[in-house]
Design a protein around this ligand. Sequence first.
Ligand SMILES: *Cc1c(COP(=O)(O)O)cnc(C)c1O
Length: 475
Amino acid sequence: MGIAPDGGLFVLPNFDGIQFDVRAALDADLVTRTAMVLKAFMPAFGSFENMVRESYDGHFDHPEITPVEKVGDKYVLELFHGSTCAFKDMALLFLPKLIRKAMELKSIHEKVLILTATSGDTGTAAINGFSDVEGTAIIVFYPSDGVSKIQKEQMIKSIGKNVSVCGVHGNFDDCQSAVKATFAKLNEDRIPEKYGFRLSSANSINIGRLFPQVAYYFTAYSDLLKRGAIRYGDSVDYVVPTGNFGDILAGYMAKKIGLPVGRLVCASNANRILTDFFQTGVYDLRREFELTSSPSMDILISSNFERLLYYESNGDTAFVKTSMEKMKSDGYYNVPENMLESIRKTFFAYACSEEETRRTIQNVFETYGYLADPHTAVALHAAEQYQKECNPKNPVVVLSTASPYKFSDAVLESLRVTADSDDIFDKMYALESISGVHAPSSLMSLKGMEVLHKDVIDKEEILSYVSRKLEQSEA
Ligand SMILES: *Cc1c(COP(=O)(O)O)cnc(C)c1O
């Protein structure tokens, strides 16, 4: 199930009973380590080693899967070497196997329909994971004007008999809210079961997305140990480019099960709602939605923040519910002073303007020869601010969430380089020639592929769109 029947998000009630051997996980190889993390959170599933190996084997263009690069005085954890060139692959290559296994354990014989809203990267990664997986179908909705050209190419050219992709007029928040509402409505009216389906989600509201992401926080730590940058037990700070708050919440969970995490720095683009929250304790939606060069972070309603509220209120579900309702009705909510204080012990936050994003891409390339995508640049900028302001003793790991090639437009513009034409593939060639780094073949191969998904609808039509797809799939 993607969302709980009452419309809230599933959480692990607390971290008390979790059995986890941190030292052993840090010493293990990546597959074993990831399997250990998953088992700690989901002991009923038994061993995860084979599932993880099958999920990751052959799907990455780097032998280390999530390598760490030293860039100046920071460490960059590259999470974009998977099939769709964004960090979403880390969880979405695995989620289909997890869902199939859950169905098997629960003797569920219906098919699963994955309904997903995407700010760009979830859609492609989810399609890649679920394409032609038996017993599943997937429908992806993307904001028609809110994704990068390459993100769009990846989605509308997706193949797979069980895949539908549809644009929705409006921004990501509109799209995500409408999909969430459709999800609830379909379940309420018991429509999927009429056609032999149940619903689930590939968004990070699905708790199955979060667990695999916890593992790479350990992997980065293990890497720093191996290169002698830290000793076992030293704290490490992590800077995370944030949208729906899933990735950074995984860091919080890693800390809760014993990884020596110092601070978690939340990096936002011009949609700085979280930065403002960490300053004021008010989550205030009453502001303009900005379209930026880091579209996967163009989000005002950060779904997973609900889970942080749950943990930081010590499981006060009434408080969480009231806050979420207040956000819907009044456009804001605030948290008590003592809760904000406690949150601020772990979380720091910085926002990055469009101009700062461009300058960071340029500086990092000119100074270190490192090519950063705009999402990573937002985090690099936040890391710089954090180091200047707080002078931390801990090493700083910046999570890099997308390949620069996925955002060739914005990267070239920042570097003030023009390509031969406006064609996105020419832009990738131009980026290759200045950086000497090969464009991922999964992006280049889009060139010769056919557009298969042309639908674009209004958000009011999502419900009937899904109903129609369910009818067709039965026939
Ligand atoms: C999804 C995404 C993010 C934001 O991650 P959240 O878990 O939603 O906070 C950042 N960068 C890229 C490239 C993404 O695709």
